[in-house]
Ligand binder design. Structure first.
Ligand code: GLC
Ligand code: CA
Length: 560
């Protein structure tokens, strides 16, 4: 496998993701904000990351917590204002960290000015900013096609005054923008310029492969969920639009990472290679997030290490020398990884092992808030404590399958993305140190045990492990630019990979599970000659080439 020959700053960086509402409440109204972020900049820097990606900070009625944007050039008053954002931006830059904004352009909020005008002044140019269509029968009796929303019932919402429907692939409050309209694309470019002029360094582009819809909006293949997907996923026009946006982005040398559901390596190469014109720097695919579910988190399956390893190694192999991987295991859309792929009983060991299993691969690593202290899924007792539109949509679906509310709440506690959205646990104090006021969403009751303050004080904590890993990556170009090779592919309990670069070698051994497993170093890797640089248990007194793994053990060896 070739090693990387084209060094770039965004290949070398690692990124911390902030979901602002639950990060830190600086003005004690129960809602995370930019005051809180400002106070925590040193903490973020100390983790060893080089950039912060902010989930949406824009004004929003919060039907999807900022992913329904009501003004692309503003800051939600709950989070602060532009002046405060500028201070955060300068503060990050002063510490050598880049800032990445979330760009949500597949849809706006239904409270965005454009949408309001599109509805109230159907003769204005704004009507064609969205997909307004007549129904197949008058009077709201049959929508324009059979598409289903991925969040909420049908993908069409009827407007009586206009006797027309608008398209919303996501929630009702998230009308899809008509990107085929050049005026809409001009708006997008103006948004890009606005933030780039201010000094932001790049964008995470929300569901970017959905932004083009099939001409004529034909019916989709009927399915119980997701009907219509084939008519708005990765259509050729997405690339035309990205090419257009790239002209602006390139003026500023901006970085981009596109979120791409259902992405495969083959398709990714049409976006993120030199040959494809590097339409995006990176892509977030989902394949390694499907090792314990069928396509979506809510359809659970037993965890399969084989599936995980296959996804990891396929992307490593396919991107080698041509593209670059975005490495992540958590974000605001998935339950906590310790619950999913690790073990609550061995939380510390498994959280550390999981971190090494992806951060030392080839690519740009992302760490999600709270992941660095091993935060876990939460436990809510009643449906009315949940907040997320997906949870309620799923309740309606699961009810039809005979689920009682009680049974559904149990499922939601394991599978909802709200598990990632509980306030960050800063201390063992009131409300986990997140806020003096009652937090907008309940703090995970395990905060007295799991919190940043406790993690800071314990030299063996998950937090210190993340710092060590990111530091090690920074100091060793091998981790960034080395080749990747997987070993013992068919093992059901071990994930073993090596990296090589300029005569140096690294071996990462990850034990997935409590049970002891006999491990012997693969050919060409003599553990007695290497140096154990990281491990989540005390290293053995004398190294030997074979050992029996301890629960969720992880060891990293270096030869130089
Ligand atoms: C992306 C976001 C998610 C949001 C959805 C709709 O998947 O990550 O949080 O709900 O897009 O914007
Ligand atoms: Ca606040």
């Amino acid at each position: 496998m070739p090693t990387e020959t084209n060094p770039t700053w965004w290949k070398e960086m690692s990124v911390y993701q902030i979901w602002p509402r639950s990060f830190a409440d600086g003005n004690n109204d129960g809602i995370g904000d930019l005051h809180g972020v400002l106070e925590k900049l040193d903490y973020i820097k100390a983790l060893g990351v080089d950039a912060i990606w902010f989930s949406p900070l824009y004004p929003s009625p919060n039907r999807d917590y900022g992913y329904d944007c009501a003004d692309y050039k503003g800051i939600h008053p709950e989070y602060g204002d532009l002046e405060l954002f500028k201070r955060v931006l300068d503060g990050a830059h002063a510490r050598g960290m880049k800032v990445i904004m979330d760009l949500v352009i597949n849809h706006t909020s239904d409270e965005h000015e454009w949408f309001k005008l599109s509805k109230e002044q159907p003769d204005s140019q704004y009507h064609d900013y969205y997909y307004w269509r007549k129904g197949r029968k008058p009077g709201g009796k049959k929508p324009p096609n059979n598409w289903l929303s991925v969040f909420e019932g049908k993908a069409w919402e009827y407007n009586k005054d206009l006797d027309e429907y608008y398209l919303h692939v996501f929630a009702k409050g998230q009308p899809d923008l008509n990107m085929s309209n050049p005026k809409v694309r001009e708006e997008v470019k103006s948004i890009l310029r606005f933030w780039l002029e201010m000094g932001v360094d790049g964008f995470r582009e929300d569901v970017i492969t959905y932004i083009a819809k099939r001409e004529g909006l034909p019916n989709g293949f009927p399915l119980p969920i997701g009907t219509g997907l084939e008519h708005y996923t990765s259509l050729p026009a997405v690339k035309d639009y990205l090419r257009e946006f790239k002209e602006v982005l390139d003026e500023y040398g901006a970085f981009t990472v596109g979120e791409a559901p259902m992405m495969t390596p083959k398709l990714a190469k049409e976006y993120i290679t030199d040959e494809a014109g590097n339409l995006l720097s990176l892509m977030f695919h989902f394949q390694h997030m499907e090792a314990d579910c069928f396509l979506i988190d809510w359809v659970g399956l037993p965890f399969s290490l084989k599936k995980l390893k296959k996804a990891f190694s396929t992307w490593q192999r396919e991107m080698a020398g041509v593209g670059w991987n975005a490495l992540y295991m958590e974000n605001h859309d998935h339950p906590r990884i310790v619950n999913r792929y690790g073990s609550l009983k061995y939380r510390e060991a498994s959280a550390k092992m999981l971190a090494a299993s992806y951060i030392l691969q080839s690519g740009t690593p992302f760490v999600y808030q709270g992941q660095e202290i091993g935060m876990t899924n939460t436990k809510l007792d009643r449906l009315d404590q949940f907040k997320d539109v997906i949870t309620f949509n799923n309740y309606n679906l699961f009810k039809k399958l005979g689920f009682s509310e009680e049974r559904f709440v149990k499922l939601a506690n394991r599978r909802s993305r709200e598990n990632a959205r509980t306030p960050v646990q800063w201390s063992g104090g009131r409300n986990g140190g997140f806020s003096e006021a009652e937090p907008w969403f309940p703090v995970n009751p395990n905060y007295p045990e799991i919190n940043v303050e406790a993690a800071e004080a314990d030299a063996n904590s998950i937090l210190h492990w993340y710092r060590a890993l990111l530091q090690f990556r920074k100091e060793n170009p091998l981790v960034i630019y080395g080749s990747y090779q997987e070993h013992y592919k068919s093992s059901r309990s071990l994930f073993v990979y090596s990296r090589e670069y300029e005569g140096k070698k690294l071996l990462v051994i990850c034990a997935f599970g409590d049970k002891p497993v006999q491990f012997c170093a693969p050919k060409g890797f003599d553990l007695t000659q290497g140096r154990q640089v990281l491990g989540n248990y005390a290293p053995p007194e004398t190294q030997s080439n074979c050992f029996v793994t301890r629960p969720w053990e992880c060891r990293v060896y270096l030869w130089e």
